[in-house]
Design a protein around this ligand. Structure first.
Ligand code: DCP
Ligand code: CA
Ligand code: CA
Length: 368
């Protein structure tokens, strides 16, 4: 693979910074954004806090009551999360960032990878200038600060972005990768969580350099081929994962084995409707609509069969999905004498939900 330059842009104390944006008078005070569980007045957890609050030990995930205790002697601001508002700001920023990338990949509400190899001619000096321009642009257009990591791949860019925060810019050139990684705890590597960290510790591996010199075959024995190889490569700073927008899936489906082979519609639907519920919630979580519904049958002889139906217009209706599934299984059972062993359902011809809203807006035209 050709040498690349990849950036990771991560917005600083994102939810709390959005709140400061909305209400500049709270800037400078400790700001704590909370997910209230509603059980009692202060039950729930801290979503994030600004850097003023972090000085008092308030971090993501701690109980709200604990955060209040830590901040009891100061004039601190506690606010409930408002995800819609943060998403709107995130959307604006992602559009700005997309314009600076050869290839773009948003990874979370406040984070995106930019492959800038081509536009920087693979030159780190230019990449540094570009990163500075991006920071200025986000600050001017949206009054937010971010931290940027620049490196030869996603793995290094991500770790680099975490090194200096807030408002940081960290470059790691290919020849610096080894020295950069060596002293870091393994936990810094993407994919190493608490559990993996513990297991590595029992093997005597705490730092990335210890991981790099650890026998790869033993890693594979402990973690399996895929993960073992990944950890080994990561410890050396290798990562060839491309910066790539994760496109919408072509379809969402589930298939499951029946308790016993059957030609009974009721038994089949009982299972199929439960699969529909799963597939439908997946559809909603991806904010998609469907036009086509399919059912699958694997017979007791392991033969495979399917029936499909396509609607005129995209929909996200669970009821239409289940009605179509019922029709299709009825049709299948009437046409065939296969005994079903496994049954499945699928939604395809998927489109983004916004597409419809846009159509509606343009339909009503000009109204503000
Ligand atoms: N978040 C959350 N609960 C967590 C972690 C994060 O609700 N346990 C939310 C709130 C954060 C947002 O996700 O603002 C982004 O998470 P980050 O890990 O990037 O943290 P921040 O942006 O808050 O801080 P940082 O400046 O360290 O990036
Ligand atoms: Ca962040
Ligand atoms: Ca983040």
């Amino acid at each position: 693979m050709q040498a690349r330059i990849v950036m990771l842009v991560d917005l600083d104390y994102f939810f709390a910074q959005c709140e400061e944006l909305r209400k500049p008078s709270i800037k400078g005070k400790p700001v704590v954004v909370c997910v209230y569980s509603g059980r009692t007045k202060d039950s729930g957890a801290v979503s994030t806090a600004n850097y003023v609050a972090r000085k008092y030990g308030v971090t993501s995930g701690i109980p709200i009551s604990l955060a209040k205790k830590k901040l009891q002697d100061v004039d601190a601001i506690f606010l409930p999360v408002d995800k819609e508002f943060y998403k709107e700001i995130s959307g604006n920023i992602m559009e700005i960032l997309r314009g600076y990338a050869d290839h773009f990949e948003q990874v979370s509400v406040d984070e995106a990878y930019l492959d800038v190899t081509h536009r920087t001619k693979a030159n780190y000096q230019r990449a540094k200038q570009l990163a500075e321009t991006i920071k200025d642009d986000i600050l001017t257009q949206q009054q937010l600060t971010c931290s940027i990591g620049v490196g030869p791949n996603k793995l290094i860019a991500k770790i680099a972005a975490d090194i200096q925060k807030p408002d940081g810019l960290t470059l790691v050139k290919p020849e610096q990768v080894k020295r950069f990684l060596a002293p870091l705890p393994v936990r810094r590597l993407v994919g190493v969580g608490k559990k993996t960290e513990k297991r590595l510790e029992t093997l005597g591996v705490r730092t990335v350099s210890q991981l790099a010199s650890f026998d790869v075959q033993r890693l594979i024995d402990v973690f399996g081929r895929k993960l073992g190889t990944y950890f080994h490569n990561a410890s050396l700073g290798f990562d060839d994962d491309p910066v790539q927008e994760k496109g919408e899936p072509e379809s969402v489906s589930r298939i499951s084995t029946l308790k016993e082979d059957t030609t009974n519609l009721g038994v089949i639907l009982d299972k199929a409707y439960r699969l529909c519920d799963d597939v439908h919630s997946k559809l909603l979580s991806l904010e998609l609509m469907y036009r086509s519904v399919s059912v699958y049958v694997v017979g007791s002889d392991l033969s495979t069969h399917s029936r499909s139906k396509t609607f005129e217009n995209p929909t996200s209706s669970l009821e239409s999905f289940k009605t179509a599934v019922k029709e299709l299984f009825e049709k299948f059972l009437a046409e065939s004498d296969v005994e079903a062993r496994r049954v499945g359902v699928k939604l395809s011809s998927l489109t983004k939900k916004e597409a419809k809203q846009k159509q509606l807006t343009s339909f009503f035209g000009g109204s503000s």
